[in-house]
Ligand binder design. Structure first.
Ligand code: SF4
Length: 117
């Protein structure tokens, strides 16, 4: 299997082609530096994303607060995490970095507020 991955480690945004099967990487090409090879290899085997979204609050004036995952989450868990977050309503006041959902979907990662309400 071949997969093109855009490296997000630096603003160059190199297009890296990774060839492999599962966790067995056969070749990595198109990277300009070693950091890109490491990033693309990890992304090929275990793609992760920082989840950013909003959750409801109990405040009529400010009904939403921005949140994000403290660490990148496995890409395949993002939809499950969104399903959990969609049902959450936080009690105000909420401060930046307050934990809104602890250990979301058993990933070991918390969802935290990135704003104040
Ligand atoms: S491969 Fe290296 S130079 Fe290219 S985007 Fe990634 S970190 Fe930047």
């Amino acid at each position: 299997m071949k997969k093109e991955i855009i490296c997000t480690v630096c603003p160059m945004g190199c297009h890296i082609l990774v060839e492999g099967e599962g966790e067995n990487i056969i070749s990595v090409t198109g990277n300009t530096c070693k950091r890109g090879e490491v990033y693309a290899s990890a992304e090929f085997c275990h793609p992760v994303r920082i989840l950013t979204t909003t959750v409801k609050t109990d405040c009529e004036k400010t009904p939403l607060v921005a949140v994000r995952s403290e660490k990148p989450l496995p890409k395949e868990k993002i939809m499950d995490c969104m399903e959990v977050i969609r049902k959450v309503e936080v009690k105000t006041p909420v401060s930046m970095y307050d934990v809104v959902v602890e250990n979301i979907c058993g990933t070991g990662t918390n969802i935290v507020a990135t704003g104040n309400v």
